[in-house]
Design a protein around this ligand. Structure first.
Ligand code: SAM
Length: 211
């Protein structure tokens, strides 16, 4: 199997990232290059697959090489979505343009994608209308210089606590949190969540209060 290496931070990428942040854009040229989808990330997909049971409908946003689709338990259906058309059934969306895939699923997954999204509250909230279960990873800021994060193309800098507060505040209840990988500048966590406050439920509750 071809080994595609994970990225290393560079000052050139850090400058490009600052520009993307100013314009709230996505580095589509980077993501179009298949060689930029590291094979090492397949281990993360395997970890996510273990959280999902049989017979589940899964929407994988930021699907990349779509490793998750090959690792899911029996009788699951896999729908990839990405800013790049990864296969004919891939829903092409740019989260930075607030485009969200259509359809209803059992699970939404965001694996290694939210670090590249300027407003992560928006997709996390939209996901509540697409599924009642969520697997999400995030490389939490552990206080190292932000240049390192920008050098990898990451446009946001949440600590573990801030990311968890955000998940909870939009309406996800965290059921489990595992460490995926630890580096000198960040710790990557994987969360399994269940919807505890859907937008439509909130609307129904407030309607009941009005009438
Ligand atoms: C680091 S890769 C992770 C791929 C895969 N989830 C995995 O774990 O191997 C990030 C993926 O997110 C996609 N992506 C980046 N920015 C995006 C955006 N704004 N909207 C949708 N997809 C995006 C990229 O095209 C790429 O496939």
């Amino acid at each position: 199997m071809q080994n595609r290496l994970p990225p290393l931070p560079t000052s050139e990428r850090a400058k490009q990232t600052e520009e993307l942040m100013r314009n709230r854009e996505t580095d589509v040229d980077r993501w179009r290059e298949f060689d930029n989808l590291a094979t090492q990330w397949d281990e993360r997909a395997a970890m996510a697959a273990k959280l999902i049971g049989e017979n589940q409908r899964v929407l994988d946003i930021g699907a990349g090489a779509m490793a998750l689709g090959t690792l899911l338990p029996n009788n699951c259906t896999y729908t990839p979505a990405d800013v790049v058309e990864r296969c004919p059934s891939c829903q092409v969306v740019d989260l930075n343009k607030q485009q969200f895939p259509t359809g209803y699923y059992d699970w939404v997954t965001f694996l290694g994608v939210l670090e590249y999204v300027h407003d992560i509250t928006w997709p996390l909230r939209k996901a509540l209308n697409a599924a009642s279960r969520l697997v999400v990873t995030y490389c939490a800021n552990i206080g190292a210089a932000t240049a390192g994060r920008r050098g990898l193309g990451w446009v946001n800098d949440y600590s573990k606590r801030d990311f968890e507060e955000l998940l909870t505040s939009v309406g996800w209840k965290i059921e489990s949190c595992s460490e995926v990988k630890r580096g000198p500048t960040n710790i990557q966590y994987m969360y399994s969540c269940i919807a505890h406050q859907r937008d439509d439920c909130i609307r129904q509750v407030s309607m009941k209060k009005v009438f």
